[in-house]
Design a protein around this ligand. Structure first.
Ligand code: RFL
Length: 389
């Protein structure tokens, strides 16, 4: 097989890229390890920044999103029983977050790509990337029916997430890796519970952080700060609800938390990881394959889609005019935004957790939250970063 671009991985990064370049007449193929139903039902992120929505609109793939997504412009902080809200949309030109589950974004992107004649091979295995520094790299894989196939292309887009094969196909020493473990873990819970709030809640109590994130009218995501080394089975459903009630509790308020059936309970390792540069020869890394960010600030899916937009534009330029400028600056262009998001996420991690590395940091978190509650200038900076600059 010969295609201009081989895209490895059908997550938000790979599918955004595939739609973008296919719409510009660049032939590509997407290969994906999981089945179509697996990728279309995998609940993960749920917050789209306005720029991601604008990009999906420009691809003609935002109709369902614009109809179904809830728009949010306010979040709430609860500190030891007292609440304050930040109307980040009002503070940043009316720009909002769109709450639309990642699996719905993926569904829309797969539908759009296949409807316009796209080629996605699901359930591939034994993927191997070869000749990456040549002008015709190739990707070999075993297809769902057991046939071994090889695709030769001009470029390979490594969009296969943190555990994929793309980044690990790059020889050791060719990339610089930046890793940080934040010293905390989150128990992440997905529950069939209608939201108990209209605004995302970040709550901080002496025994740790709790988050209430919005997903849909019937499903909510919750987070609980837990000690490093915790296993999901360490927490019974009853203990989860008890901790959530306690950490969200408000003095002098009749607010209540609506419980529901817990459908997913996992422990999320809170770490950050970035590689530089985000390319090697004709292999370009996009999304989680190149960088991991904590869920604090809800940036992961948006960064993945931004990488796709940046690389897509570079390819369109290359095939349209022969210019290699966009390809050469791809990594630098993406990394600027990635590091800014990492900086914001780290700032927020330190603000909403007790005892990240010592009790000293617990007190700094309180001071930062007080500053946010009191200072319009501080809130404006938060809004700019939270909405996406
Ligand atoms: P993905 O989504 O991991 O997709 C990679 C795809 O590659 C496939 N794959 C392979 N395919 C072929 N060959 C191989 N060898 C392969 N190996 C893997 C995988 O099956 C998969 O389909 O990466 P991508 O596209 O870079 O997208 C990144 C986002 O998924 C990720 O950053 C977000 O989910 C992070 N994230 C959040 N981001 C936000 O912007 N807002 C949020 O609110 C938010 N919440 C979250 C999150 C991530 C979470 N978890 C589970 C890590 C909440 C959670 C709990």
């Amino acid at each position: 097989m010969k295609r201009s671009v081989t895209v490895v991985g059908a997550g938000p990064a790979g599918l955004t890229l595939a739609n973008l370049i296919q719409q510009s007449g660049i032939d590509c193929i997407v290969i994906e390890k999981a089945s179509r139903s697996q990728v279309e039902t995998r609940p993960r992120a749920g917050v789209l920044e306005h720029r991601s929505v604008t990009m999906l609109e420009s691809l003609g793939l935002a109709d369902r999103l614009l109809m179904e997504a809830d728009r949010h412009g306010t979040c709430e902080f609860r500190v030891s029983g007292k609440a304050f809200q930040v109307s980040y949309s009002d503070l940043y030109g009316g720009r909002e977050h769109f709450v639309y589950p990642q699996q719905e974004v993926v569904k829309d992107l797969i539908g759009g790509f296949l409807d316009s004649g796209g080629d996605i091979r699901f359930e591939v295995s034994d993927v191997e990337l070869r000749d990456l520094t040549s002008s015709s790299p190739s990707v070999a894989f075993t297809s769902a029916d057991g046939t071994r196939e090889t695709i030769t292309s001009d470029f390979v887009a490594g969009c296969d997430g943190f555990h994929g094969v793309s980044r690990t196909s790059i020889p050791e020493g060719a990339l610089q890796e930046f890793t940080h473990h934040h010293g905390i873990e989150w128990l992440t819970i997905l529950a069939e519970a209608p939201p108990s709030t209209k605004a995302t809640i970040y709550a901080l109590q002496d025994d740790g952080f709790a988050g209430h994130m919005l997903r849909s009218a019937t499903v909510s995501r919750f987070y609980l700060q837990v000690p490093v080394g915790t296993k999901p089975s360490d927490w019974s459903d009853e203990q989860v609800w008890e901790a959530l009630h306690k950490r969200f509790a408000l003095h002098e308020s009749s607010w209540t938390l609506t419980e529901g059936k817990i459908i997913e309970k996992r422990v999320l390792d809170m770490r950050s990881h970035v590689v530089e540069p985000m390319s090697y020869g004709r292999l370009y890394l996009l999304g989680d394959a190149a960088h991991i960010i904590t869920p604090v600030g809800a940036k992961g899916m948006n960064l993945a889609m931004n990488d796709a937009a940046t690389f897509g534009r570079a390819l369109i330029d290359f095939y349209g005019t022969g210019s290699e400028t966009g390809l050469k600056t791809y990594s630098e262009d993406c990394l600027r935004r990635i590091w800014r998001a990492q900086e914001f996420s780290q700032w927020m991690v330190n603000m909403i957790h007790t005892d990240v590395s010592s009790p000293f940091f617990g007190r700094l978190a309180q001071a930062r939250l007080e500053h946010l509650a009191e200072s319009p200038a501080y809130r404006a900076t938060f809004a700019e970063n939270y909405v996406g600059p």
